[in-house]
Design a protein around this ligand. Sequence first.
Ligand SMILES: Cc1cc2nc3c(=O)[nH]c(=O)nc-3n(C[C@H](O)[C@H](O)[C@H](O)COP(=O)(O)OP(=O)(O)OC[C@H]3O[C@@H](n4cnc5c(N)ncnc54)[C@H](O)[C@@H]3O)c2cc1C
Ligand SMILES: NC(=O)c1ccc[n+]([C@@H]2O[C@H](COP(=O)([O-])OP(=O)(O)OC[C@H]3O[C@@H](n4cnc5c(N)ncnc54)[C@H](O)[C@@H]3O)[C@@H](O)[C@H]2O)c1
Length: 475
Amino acid sequence: MPDFDVAVIGAGAAGLSVAAISAGLGLKVALFERGRMGGDCLNTGCVPSKALLAAALAAAAARRAGRFGVRLPEPDIDWAGVRAHVTGAIAAIAPNDSEERFTAMGVTVVRAHARFVGPRTIEAAGRRFTFRRAVIAAGSAAAAPPIPGLADIPYLTNESLFHLPERPEHLVILGGGPIGLEMAQAHARLGCRVTVVERAAIGAREDPECVAPLREALEADGVAIVEAAEVAAADRDGPGIALRLADGTCIAGSHLLVAVGRVPRLGGLGLEEGGIAHSPAGIATDRGLRSVTNRRVWAAGDIAAPEGLGPRAFTHLCSQHAGVIARAMLFGLPAKVSYDALPRVTYTDPEIAQVGPTEAELRAAGRSGLSTLRWPLAENDRLVAEGRAEGLVKLIADAKGRLLGASVVGPGAGDMAGVFALMIGQRLPLSALAGAVLPYPTAQEAAKRAAGEFYTPRLLSPVTKRIVGLLKRRP
Ligand SMILES: Cc1cc2nc3c(=O)[nH]c(=O)nc-3n(C[C@H](O)[C@H](O)[C@H](O)COP(=O)(O)OP(=O)(O)OC[C@H]3O[C@@H](n4cnc5c(N)ncnc54)[C@H](O)[C@@H]3O)c2cc1C
Ligand SMILES: NC(=O)c1ccc[n+]([C@@H]2O[C@H](COP(=O)([O-])OP(=O)(O)OC[C@H]3O[C@@H](n4cnc5c(N)ncnc54)[C@H](O)[C@@H]3O)[C@@H](O)[C@H]2O)c1
């Protein structure tokens, strides 16, 4: 008999979710973690980045208070205090992901590097563990672009950024994706000079109508943005760093943050010994997240590269993966992942939220009969009252009024994304949102108004007017 029903490699968002469900269902579970419990999200990702953004927002709010007739002096940023807030947020959440909590659930937690030594055996801490089923949830790490000289200079990634003892004087950020943009705004608002160096365009994956207000906000925060930049070399520059661009420009700063995407942590897992197929994108799985070569093995989280979909890196996706694995691996049901209603949010100010595909992606996929519905946040009473009515809700629907994609830019865009995820996931018609009674005044009303735009032309059509004209003669 195998030692464990389920063996999980990695105690990040994905591994913890799988372990909790499996143990909750009464299975014998082993969980291997070589680093910190909680993985990237808790220690070096979502939590510290959002904590830093919260500190930055407080500084920005103080600077903006004058518009309400509340004049405050320029905020005095105490870097040690900011760091204490970040580490405090991690410490407050850590018990949820702790070894103690999982041990209490009945999980055997092994704090060591784990590797497959055969298709049904894992080795860790000098011991061998046989398993009935295994889940690889080893996550991803910051990618290092092949720039000459980069490997020879000290640069930061998400693993080191949140532990800087001193505030960077001039943070140069390579990459204008979500990590680059969130960290650019956070550091600029906390008093650092910031330059973003981006190969293509910032926020390139997002709807351009959403990126435009964010670009303005970043520039207003003092972030310098260099786009279409080809970095030819990286060097030391005294105590700092310098990026030399192909056009001859030199961008020098005190610190360099590399945020150009993620690579799966495949190294040292013994995938060959385990008979587990993989590619540079991650563990090759079917849509049920099951290894295409070792049918006792599944993959979850950033490291999973499901067939035809590829990897994605979001904590909420880890829960979806865990749910699919629970149904497929534990109950033998035909569960599959779908990213049709997957939300993502860049937590800048303004936030950018996307649920499902963007308009450009839908059009590139050849979808016809699409309706594009917009509602500007300048028309939202609550946001006007709060002096932050910049942004847009943009919805893309099919001819029958079913929502396919939603793009939002503005304050609280991420909170609005939940409704759109529900609508797309459950295939609800726009009338469900357009007809809902929402509390006034809330930002969410902008979502309802955008949905209502699908029906407005129909409602005010000459035919409807003629019908109403006839009906008015009723006694
Ligand atoms: C700066 C930043 C901000 C982010 N912000 C957000 C956000 O706001 N919202 C969002 O949804 N997502 C965000 N993400 C993405 C999110 O953090 C990841 O998608 C998520 O943490 C992935 O979880 P995971 O369980 O797949 O991997 P991880 O969290 O990386 O966990 C994998 C674990 O496996 C362990 N491990 C690896 N190999 C082995 C081995 N051989 N043996 C034992 N242990 C091993 C590692 O030590 C690690 O703890 C952010 C990421 C970054 C970097
Ligand atoms: N709020 C969130 O949900 C959140 C926040 C941060 C990260 N994440 C997750 O982490 C992932 C990784 O984020 P990321 O921002 O590192 O990656 P990314 O792939 O999303 O963006 C990287 C950016 O770097 C640019 N780039 C690549 N090589 C370059 C080079 N040599 N020089 C200059 N620019 C270069 C790309 O054009 C791209 O715009 C995200 O895709 C997301 O899944 C999520």
